[in-house]
Design a protein around this ligand. Structure first.
Ligand code: TMP
Length: 214
């Protein structure tokens, strides 16, 4: 019997609580002795972390296509150096954001859903050729997200600095993506208690892991 690592991504707009869930899930997995890695995008490998700084914190105005390719370049490095090796070693991989963020933020947020840009993103996605087994889309009411964001400290990045209309398009983008990939993407109500949610996610992830036994 061979077990391949399961690749799970967490997605959602700003303030949806992904990072909190990732931390809570990491604690639950550690406690159960499950071999796993928790990683994030943009970033998750040395090269991708370098690109993260440029993507999020430089004030250069990249063209729409080059911004997509910067995310994809970071992703290719992350997949090759971190995600695929961990999966091949049989580990569970939990990743904070992946392709669906590029579609939502660059495709719908910045690109306002332009068909040629969405196709460009899909073409690049096909080139990366590494898809998650399951994606959890954390969904919170706009009011909750706004409250959480107001409490955030630290540097404001390129996307956080964008206005409400941008973030509204991102949210709507995630909705469309979920409709297009209903099998892969499961919408999760993340507006309630964080601890309770982490246990729900943990059970779902363990079930996926059981199913991955060949
Ligand atoms: P985060 O670490 O708070 O999730 O910040 C990462 C930011 O980068 C967030 O605003 C979403 C954005 N992003 C994109 O715009 N496209 C992408 O492909 C990824 C992975 C992230």
């Amino acid at each position: 019997m061979r077990r391949r690592g399961v690749f799970i991504t967490l997605e959602g707009g700003e303030g949806c609580g992904k990072s909190t869930q990732l931390n809570l899930l990491a604690k639950l997995l550690e406690k159960q002795g499950v071999p796993f890695i928790a990683t994030r995008e943009p970033g998750g490998s040395q090269g991708a972390e370098l690109l993260r700084d440029t993507i999020l914190f430089s004030d250069v105005a990249f063209s729409a296509r080059s911004e997509v390719l910067l995310h994809m370049a970071a992703r290719a490095d992350h997949v090759d150096q971190t995600i695929r090796p961990a999966c091949e070693a049989g580990k569970l991989v939990l990743c904070d954001r992946y392709h669906h963020s590029t579609i939502a933020y660059q495709g719908y947020g910045a690109g306002e859903g332009a068909a040629d840009l969405l196709k460009f993103i899909e073409d690049a996605r096909r080139l990366i050729a590494f898809e998650p087994d399951k994606t959890f889309l954390l969904d919170v009411p706009l009011q909750v997200a706004t409250q959480r964001l107001a409490k955030r400290k630290g540097r404001t990045d390129r996307y956080e600095a964008r206005g409400a209309a941008f973030h509204d398009r991102v949210r709507q983008g995630f909705d469309k993506i979920q409709e297009q990939e209903p099998e892969r993407i499961e919408r999760i109500n993340a507006g309630g208690d964080a601890d309770a949610l982490s246990h729900i996610l943990f059970r779902k992830i363990m079930a996926l892991r059981e199913g991955a036994v060949e």
